[in-house]
Ligand binder design. Structure first.
Ligand code: COA
Length: 163
C-alpha cells in the first residue's frame, strides 16, 4: 500500500491546499494530511480549529486521513509506513524553500521520496497569509477557501465580540 503524507501548517487551509489533497488522493492508496505543530511558532488559528477545518474538508474522501504531529515529519512518516511526502509548488520562489526542506528530509531518511505537485495557475497566488490579509481587509474570500474556513473566521469574530 502506497501511503503519502501531505504536511503543512494549514493556517488556514485554502482551496490551493485542497486541490493538492484531491490530486494526491488519486495518486496514492492513502493520504495523511498532517498538521505539523511547531510549538515555537504562533498561529492564527488554534490547533483544534485547524484540525476541525481539515477534517471537515476531507470528510467525503475515503482514502484521506487527518492527523497532527509535534516533531519531524519524516519521523511521523516512518512510524506510519509512509514512503512519500507531498508538497505543492506554486511559483518559482517556493523552490528555494522546498529545496532546503527536501535536502534536510533526505539527510534524515533518503528512502522517503518527496513528490511535488504544481498548483493550478488560478490557485497559485493563494497563501494562508494572503487569505488572512484579504479577509481582514474586508475582501470576499469565499472563492478562495472552503466554507468551513469562513465559518471559523466568523466564530472567532463572534468570540471577540462577546469578550
Ligand atoms: N496552495 C495554497 N497555499 C499554499 C500551497 C498551496 N498548494 N502550498 C503552500 N502554501 C502556502 C501556505 O498557505 C503557507 O502560506 P503562509 O506562509 O502565507 O502561511 C506557505 O505556503 C507555506 O506553507 P506550508 O507548505 O504549509 O509550509 P509551512 O512552512 O507552513 O510548513 C512544514 C512546513 C510544517 C511542513 C515543515 O516545516 C515540517 O515538516 N515541519 C516539521 C519539522 C520537520 O520535519 N522539519 C524538517 C526538517 S528541518
Amino acid at each position: 500500500m502506497k501511503i503519502a503524507i501531505y504536511p503543512g501548517s494549514f493556517d488556514p487551509i485554502t482551496n490551493g491546499h485542497l486541490d493538492i489533497i484531491k490530486r494526491a488522493s488519486k495518486l496514492f492508496d492513502k493520504v495523511i494530511v498532517l498538521l505539523a505543530i511547531n510549538p515555537e511558532k504562533s498561529y492564527r488559528f488554534s490547533k483544534e480549529d485547524r484540525l476541525n477545518m481539515l477534517c471537515e474538508v476531507t470528510k467525503g474522501m475515503k482514502n484521506v486521513e487527518v492527523d497532527s504531529y509535534n516533531g519531524l515529519t519524516i519521523e511521523y512518516a516512518r512510524k506510519h509506513g509512509a514512503s512519500v511526502l507531498i508538497r505543492g509548488l506554486r511559483v518559482v520562489s517556493d523552490f528555494e524553500y522546498e529545496w532546503a526542506y527536501s535536502a534536510a528530509n533526505e539527510y534524515i531518511d533518503k528512502d522517503i521520496e518527496m513528490v511535488f505537485l504544481m498548483s493550478h495557475k488560478e490557485l497559485s497566488f493563494i497563501s494562508s497569509s494572503a487569505i488572512d490579509e484579504l479577509y481582514r481587509s474586508g475582501v470576499d474570500i469565499s472563492s478562495l477557501v472552503p466554507r468551513v474556513v469562513l465559518e471559523t473566521y466568523a466564530k472567532l469574530q463572534d468570540n471577540k465580540l462577546t469578550k
